[in-house]
Design a protein around this ligand. Structure first.
Ligand SMILES: Nc1ncnc2c1ncn2[C@@H]1O[C@H](COP(=O)(O)OP(=O)(O)OP(=O)(O)O)[C@@H](O)[C@H]1O
Ligand SMILES: [Mg+2]
Ligand SMILES: [Zn+2]
Length: 678
């Protein structure tokens, strides 16, 4: 190109670009699709004219305008009829050569065109925004058209009518104004872009135009190209602040896939993966590589292995059945639950660690949030953000009351539905869940059932495929081994047991395994079917309520499939089914669901005819929690009366037990005479 670039009209140059091959064809077909914009691959523009592309990044406002004018001019040539219907054609740029780290955005990028990737955590509904506002002068009736920009609706300074020219008052005329669809999103850094130990940053994004609003929902991963803007928040009566807040004016938005982000394995890695899968000891090796620094808990590590690999989801025409597993660890304080969860969040592709309360207002599921300006927006919670990954939820018993309701749907249907404040949406939460909780009375009481030991309802408990109990009971031999193990860690500063498979390979191996969808063999079907029927008939003869439901059968299938997946096998063998049965039995036994106990617990709490002091403690606690739900905190005298009237517990006894609960810290005195559960 011999011409001096600076003298070339950029619009001319864009026109040359649009007259060539692919884009010319795109423009000629735009009328058929009815679109009002054309998407340009930045890399192709860069290949066509590097200088032009660079100036587009530097001065996006001017150059997007030039590009749009050129594209519109070309449309006039290709399809004059459609061009006359449109007022303009918008050029949307995708695929910038490099993406900008969300946390690095600053004053340097202001006014520049950048590309960022992230997770949509919050979205407002689509709202009309005024582009051209019509104002009627109340003095002379003239309609003044005012082109709008910025945040606030601008009225004309003075009436445009030469006979009037007065400064209003004006009234806004909706019918004569033009609107365009707009939406605000909040983008959050992806976990994989996060420096270790840092909290994710967020960026507000403004979308304008029918073609880019409503493309992304909370929980979606997106790539957005846009212009970095800054505006100064103003304080009423004081003026604008000197520090500005950044946001992005989006030019284009693409929803990215949700497959685990790790690169596909290299040929050498693939070789390693396949070799490992053929190892007859593969299950042991992987189990032993899960949190090797945590001593013992082989069965729990086995369960975690199944959870990491997962079963196969089935989409039938009428229903879908989840493949991802849910597991719950209930345990005494200091039994390494949090450590296990943190480890899993680190190793799992798309792992996320959160506490039951959640780290944001959206908690575990989702919430409709009222923003400062009064508008509503939908925010995704942890299970939605971990879609297609593993959510590790610590302290699950402490989740928000709203989540207690919504989590039922999330755990089985793998969706979160919201209908509130004018927002109606269903978000995906195809998440495997590893949860931990403390026992309701602080420590696990072995002669009680899970329902009593944990303040989660049976409806939630039954949605876990596997539940395990971690108890901290003094045991000379085990204590000696464990202390040796822990002290060794502290002495060496590293784990005495080395992982046989390093974390990097493990993550790759898990991602790789997900492409395999094992099917049940005849032998597996036979094992699972027989076990299920035996359990069912056992509960029949005892005349007890159903302990084993279809849920457990589906869990067994998932576990068997996961076990086949660990060995990258396409078929679920009889051996897989047997292993699934063993671990399922162990889980059922551990939590004391021995075919007849499901109902007993509930009856006990409901009817309030406690047999022992321990049972009475339980009743007192559950009544307290019920009352607390209604009133926030519980008046002691009201509680005592309630227990006397409805549960026949004498006053003196209640007083004594409340004192005990206060002392051990299960409840506390919020104000003089008012109690609250800790
Ligand atoms: N089996 C074990 N092997 C190695 N370390 C252990 C084991 N059990 C407990 N620990 C150590 O004890 C400490 C406490 O563990 P952690 O914080 O995970 O307990 P937790 O079960 O989450 O307790 P809480 O219910 O109070 O939250 C950790 O430093 C952990 O490494
Ligand atoms: Mg913990
Ligand atoms: Zn006027």
């Amino acid at each position: 190109m011999a011409r001096e670039l600076a003298t070339v009209d950029p619009q001319e140059r864009f026109l040359e670009f649009f007259k060539k091959g692919k884009y010319r064809q795109k423009i000629s077909q735009i009328g058929i699709t009815g679109r009002e914009s054309i998407t340009v691959d930045f890399e192709e523009l860069f290949g066509f004219d590097q200088r032009l592309a660079e100036r587009l990044l530097e001065k996006p406002d001017d150059f997007l305008q030039h590009a749009g004018n050129a594209a519109y001019a070309q449309l006039g040539i290709e399809d004059a009829e459609y061009a006359s219907k449109l007022e303009k054609l918008t050029v949307r740029i995708v695929n910038l050569l490099g993406k900008e780290q969300l946390r690095k955005l600053g004053s340097k990028q202001m006014g520049k065109l950048v590309m960022v990737e992230g997770i949509v955590v919050r979205a407002t509904p689509v709202r009309p925004m005024v582009m051209n506002a019509a104002f009627r002068c109340k003095r002379c009736g003239t309609i003044n058209q005012v082109e709008q920009s910025g945040q606030f609706l601008k009225a004309p300074p003075v009436c445009a009518s030469p006979d009037c020219g007065r400064d209003g008052p004006f009234e806004f005329v909706q019918d004569e104004s033009t609107f365009i669809d707009s939406q605000d999103l909040r983008l959050q850094e992806k976990p994989e872009d996060l420096p270790p130990g840092q909290l994710p940053r967020t960026l507000n994004v403004k979308l304008v135009g029918t073609e880019i609003v409503d493309l992304a929902r909370p929980g979606d991963h997106v790539s957005i190209v846009g212009v970095v803007r800054a505006f100064a928040p103003s304080r009423p009566g004081i003026g604008k602040l000197r520090t500005f807040i950044l946001h992005l004016d989006a030019n284009s938005l693409e929803v990215l896939g949700k497959e685990p982000e790790t690169r596909p394995p290299s040929p050498e890695e693939e070789e390693k993966i396949l070799a490992l899968s053929k190892d007859p000891e593969v299950h042991k090796k992987i189990m032993n590589s899960i949190a090797p620094s945590i001593y013992g808990y082989e069965h729990i590590k086995e369960a975690i292995m199944y959870l990491l690999f997962g079963g196969v989801s089935k989409s039938l025409p009428d229903i879908t059945i989840r493949g991802e597993m849910n597991a719950l660890l209930i345990g005494d304080p200091g039994t390494a639950k949090s450590q296990l969860l943190q480890y899993v969040a680190k190793i799992a592709p798309r792992g996320l660690y959160t506490s039951g309360r959640g780290t944001t207002a959206a908690g575990l599921t989702a919430a409709v949030i009222r923003e400062k300006g009064g508008s509503m927006s939908l925010e995704a919670g942890a299970l939605v953000l971990a879609d297609k990954g593993v959510a590790c939820i610590d302290e699950m018993d402490k989740m928000r009351p709203e989540d207690r309701v919504a989590i039922h749907e999330a755990m089985e249907q793998h969706t979160v539905s919201v209908a509130k404040g004018g927002i109606v949406a269903t978000l995906n939460a195809r998440t495997a869940m590893l949860a931990a909780a403390n026992p309701a009375l602080g420590r696990y009481e072995p002669h009680r059932t899970v329902a009593e030991n944990i303040s989660l309802p049976v409806t939630i408990l039954s949605r876990f495929d596997l539940i395990f109990v971690l108890r901290d009971v003094p045991d000379r031999e085990a204590d000696a081994k464990m202390s040796e193990h822990i002290l060794e860690i502290h002495r060496r500063g590293e784990s005495p047991v080395e992982a046989q498979i390093d974390a990097e390979l493990m993550r790759k191996y898990i991602s790789y395994s997900k492409t395999i969808k094992p099917r049940l063999s005849k032998a597996a079907l036979k094992h699972l079917g027989e076990f299920y029927l035996a359990m069912r008939s056992a509960s029949e003869t005892e005349g007890s309520p159903v302990a084993i439901t279809a849920r457990q059968l589906e869990s067994l299938v998932r576990i068997s499939e996961a076990r086949a997946r660990v060995a990258l096998r396409k078929e679920v063998s009889g051996e897989d089914a047997e292993a699934a049965i063993v671990i399922m039995k162990r889980s059922l036994e551990e939590v004391g669901i021995d075919l007849s106990s499901y109902k007993v617990d509930i009856d006990l709490i409901m009817t309030g005819r406690p047999k022992s002091v321990r049972d009475k403690l339980q009743v007192i606690l559950s009544v307290l929690m019920e009352m607390e739900k209604e009133t926030g905190m519980v008046e002691k005298t009201a509680l005592v009366s309630e227990l006397e009237l409805k549960h026949k517990i004498p006053r003196a006894e209640t007083e004594r037990m409340l004192w005990q609960l206060l002392r051990e810290g299960t409840i506390y005195e919020h104000r003089e005479g008012y109690l609250k559960k800790t």
